[in-house]
Ligand binder design. Sequence first.
Ligand code: 5GP
Ligand code: ZN
Length: 115
Amino acid sequence: MTSEDCLFCRIVAGEIPAEVVHSTERTVAFRDLNPQAPTHVLVVPREHQPNAAALAAADPEAAAELIRTAAAVAVAEGHDDDYRLVFNTGERAGQTVFHAHLHVLGGRDFTWPPG
Ligand code: 5GP
Ligand code: ZN
């Protein structure tokens, strides 16, 4: 997988449009195309890594910044205390885009266990 054929690399590069809500030195946050809650934002590292574990291994500071950015997005969207952060890893867990991304979901009640 190279950045030329990775959807989220192309969004980070500005080649594919997205509604960007926040960006930092190492991360970009944009609204999910198919939202599963009133707030559904994806926070992605600018560098290509296939999943969260690979990102944390390769660049721990980028992994930490992903979580800090997610919290900033949740607060900015009005969900100071109640929101859900999700990393799907692998096809059986629902991962469909193999560029690490943290889902920030807020604005409704969530059940446990997840589906
Ligand atoms: P995953 O299923 O890999 O955890 O999450 C991928 C997410 O990317 C899905 O929630 C899906 O709706 C979102 N998505 C897929 N294609 C696009 C796109 O072109 N633009 C945006 N903004 N989101 C996308
Ligand atoms: Zn990528």
